[in-house]
Each structure stands twice: as structure tokens, then as C-alpha cells.
Design a protein. Structure first.
Length: 145
């Protein structure tokens, strides 16, 4: 997938190009992901899919998410103690999570360049920038009395 949000048709083309079947359930999951304004848990995706197609089971949604991840259509992230969040593949980014209000801020991966280099040099550790989550306190919560 490229760096811009793919359309439903582009997602379906990716599925077909991998010699996979395009089903109504896959189309609906793709529609939910494209319409999402934020990262969603598998349960949130399932609820939204079932609002459109009540016949799609949760296990089907989970299998579709696994397939979409193997095709690099979606990426999942673990942010703190929350359930895994899914979002369409695109520019690599990290997350800042407020411990007070739970607000999540997406930040470009370039903010982790120095940290990534330091971790590699010091510990021989390669940072997975798809799964970077840093907890702290957001600007709004810092200004609250």
C-alpha cells in the first residue's frame, strides 16, 4: 500500500492480486477501515461491520484482519494496556498516549530517528516503528489545575 489512504477499490484490488477471494464481508471490513477517523480495536471493527452486515461473525472479522495484515493492508499496534488497534497501512508513525485522559496523538516516525539510532548503537536493538507508544501527559492535562 502507498502512503495515502487507500480506497475500498484499491484494497479489493490488492486482495485479488494476491489470488484471494473478495467477499462481501471483506468489502465491508474494507469500507469500515476506510471510513474510520481513528485506529479501531477488532471489537469496534466488528460492531461497525455488524451494523452494516449483521450476518458477519466476529471470528470472520478477526480472520479478515489477519489476512489484511498479511497482505499489508492493515497494521495493528499495541498502545499501552489497551487492546490492539488496527489501521490502514500508510506512513509509519508512533503514538503519544496521555496517562491522564487517554488521548492518543499520532506522530511521524522521523521523531524516533535519533532514538532508533541510539538503541541500535547502544544495545544492538532495532526499533519497530509501527509499534512505538510513549506514555506521558498531554499539553491539555498539564495545564489543568
Amino acid at each position: 500500500m502507498d502512503t495515502e489512504t487507500p480506497t475500498v477499490d484499491e484494497i479489493l484490488s490488492t486482495i485479488r492480486a494476491a489470488a484471494k477471494r473478495v467477499t462481501t464481508a471483506k468489502r465491508t471490513v474494507a469500507e469500515v477501515l476506510v471510513r474510520a477517523s481513528r485506529h479501531l480495536t477488532a471489537d469496534e471493527i466488528t460492531r461497525r461491520v455488524q451494523e452494516i452486515r449483521p450476518d458477519v461473525s466476529p471470528s470472520t472479522v478477526y480472520r479478515i484482519l489477519e489476512e489484511f495484515e498479511s497482505l499489508q493492508i492493515v497494521v495493528h499496534s499495541h498502545l499501552g494496556q489497551q487492546a490492539a488497534l488496527y489501521h490502514l497501512a500508510g506512513p509509519v508513525h508512533g503514538h503519544l498516549i496521555c496517562d491522564v485522559c487517554g488521548h492518543t496523538i499520532e506522530i511521524p516516525a522521523r521523531h524516533f530517528n535519533a532514538l532508533s539510532k541510539d538503541l541500535q548503537r547502544t544495545f544492538g536493538f532495532t526499533l519497530d516503528r509501527h509499534h512505538v507508544a510513549i506514555s506521558g501527559t498531554c499539553a491539555t492535562c498539564q495545564t489543568r489545575p
